[in-house]
Ligand binder design. Structure first.
Ligand SMILES: O=C(O)Cc1cc(O)ccc1O
Ligand SMILES: [Fe+2]
Length: 465
């Protein structure tokens, strides 16, 4: 989810110091997805006002502030807001001023459209000898579509950084753990977990090692759990496995010590403030950040024959106004059993009206044994043909179809969008990671056509002679 706000704090920890503090810190979370929750920092019992949102004077003389994630008038089922009880309201800041935009862009006309299959080698993390980057300067926009001002579209960013810092969205860390401070509390997010920081929520991220990951930013919509249809009441990502941080505050004021970075209409602005943005003593509501461990995904798959569409692996969806059509789905390819009989089990060859951006957190992807590496990516735009590489096709066409583990130790994912995404200049050129040879993985595909044989494929899927 797009957050138009982010911030950079003046927290004065050094990475090793902070590591020790965090390793000993007990992270607490509230389980559930989209529920109405309430949380108080245990140092201030009774900080949540009783029976009303706006007492004339709040307990502990806190300020009440509402954060609205939906229009006031949205139907109850989609209405999202939280009430924050804080030491000072968010408005306590100096004016925002434009800052260096780094590698972030929402200009989808930087380069001409390219309908080819695109693949990137692992995006390079800056070397220690190079200038230190923080979370903001380490963000690089790879592709996207739509218009941020009309709240319709998406952007995919890569984050690459070395050291402590800050900013905001659906975060998919691939390397290095993230210690995330939010107005609602703290979260520890490790590779194979994801985290959503929703629009308007202020946060800061600390890292301790080389860190890399993917960000899906969607404009104007929220991530939801997909409907389950005939699957029934349980399955895929279960609501109880989503974790919301509990209230935590710091009572710190440092003159000009905190910088809040505001991503407003796609541009970065910064404002100084004296008070820590993490000054929320208690909160209640249904609009919060959350995290989810991908290991908890309950995988559903074909148990008879044929390859089910990857929509069965949808973790979260950000819906468009057209029924069944997403601005973006977050889909994973988790470890599972493959048992389908008389079936070509890997992904099929296809052209899709949706755009498919794929990334790899660990292991290797079933349709591409080489070339698609952890920390890299691929983009198959609207109607761009793709599918297994030649090697995968040959092997899977001849494989004996016993039950087998697929993708053990692996986690690939897809950001799938109904928008036709444009790639940025950084994506195509500056990153230097574009794999010019990607198309060659399909070149060895050869015809197996046997027009004179009407025999069906042999048992166990053996190719016709
Ligand atoms: O292109 C891909 O690898 C993703 C994908 C996987 C699958 O099993 C079916 C369709 C699909 O787009
Ligand atoms: Fe695909």
């Amino acid at each position: 989810m797009l957050s138009d706000f982010s911030h950079k704090t003046g927290l004065k920890f050094h990475s090793t110091e902070l590591k020790i503090i965090w390793d000993h810190y007990h992270f607490s979370y509230i389980p559930g997805f989209g529920n109405e929750c309430a949380s108080e920092d245990p140092r201030c019992p009774g900080a949540l006002p009783e029976g009303q949102n706006n007492p004339q004077v709040c307990p502990y003389n806190l300020y009440a502030e509402q954060l609205s994630g939906s229009a006031f008038t949205c139907p109850r089922s989609t209405n999202k807001r939280s009430w924050l009880y804080r030491i000072l309201p968010s408005v306590s800041h100096k004016p925002f001023e434009s800052i260096d935009q780094g590698h972030i862009t929402h200009n989808w006309d930087e380069v001409d459209p390219d309908p080819n299959q695109l693949r990137w080698k692992p995006f390079e993390i800056p070397k220690a000898s190079q200038k230190k980057v923080d979370f903001v300067s380490g963000l690089h926009t790879l592709c996207g579509a739509g218009d941020i001002k009309s709240n319709n579209g998406l952007a995919i960013h890569i984050f690459l950084y070395l050291f402590t810092a800050a900013l905001s969205l659906l975060l998919v860390p691939q390397k290095g753990k993230l210690h995330i401070y939010t107005e609602f509390g703290k979260m520890l997010v490790q590779p194979n977990e994801i985290c959503v920081i929703q629009r308007g929520m202020r946060f800061s991220i600390d890292v301790f090692e080389e860190t890399r990951g993917y960000i899906l930013e969607v404009y104007g919509v929220h991530f939801e759990l997909p409907d389950l249809g005939p699957i029934g009441a349980n399955g895929l990502a279960n609501p109880r496995d989503f974790l919301i941080p509990v209230a935590w505050y710091e009572d710190r004021q440092v003159p000009g010590g905190y910088t809040v970075i505001n991503k407003y209409q796609g541009k970065l602005f910064a404002a100084k403030q004296d008070v820590s943005p993490f000054n929320v003593v208690a909160w209640h509501g249904n609009y919060t950040p959350y995290k989810y461990n991908l290991e908890n995904f309950m995988v559903i798959n074909s148990v008879a024959f044929d390859h089910a569409d990857p929509s069965i692996f949808t973790v979260l969806t950000a819906k468009s106004l057209r029924p069944g059509v997403a601005i973006a789905d977050f889909v994973i390819f988790p470890p599972r059993w493959g048992v389908a009989d008389k079936t070509f089990r890997p992904p099929y060859y296809h052209r899709n009206c949706m755009s498919e951006f794929m990334g790899l957190i660990k292991g290797h992807y079933e349709a591409k044994q080489g070339g698609f590496l952890p920390g890299g990516g691929s983009l198959h735009s609207s109607m761009t043909p793709h599918g297994p590489d030649a090697d995968c096709f040959e092997k899977a066409s001849k494989a004996k179809l016993a039950p087998e583990r697929i993708a053990d130790g692996t986690m690939a994912f897809m950001f799938e969008s109904s928008l036709s995404m444009a790639v940025t200049k950084w994506g195509l050129k500056t990153s230097n990671c574009l794999d010019e040879n990607y198309y060659k993985c399909w070149e060895p595909l050869k015809s197996h056509f046997t027009p004179n044989s009407r025999k069906p494929a042999g048992l166990n899927g053996a190719l016709l002679p």
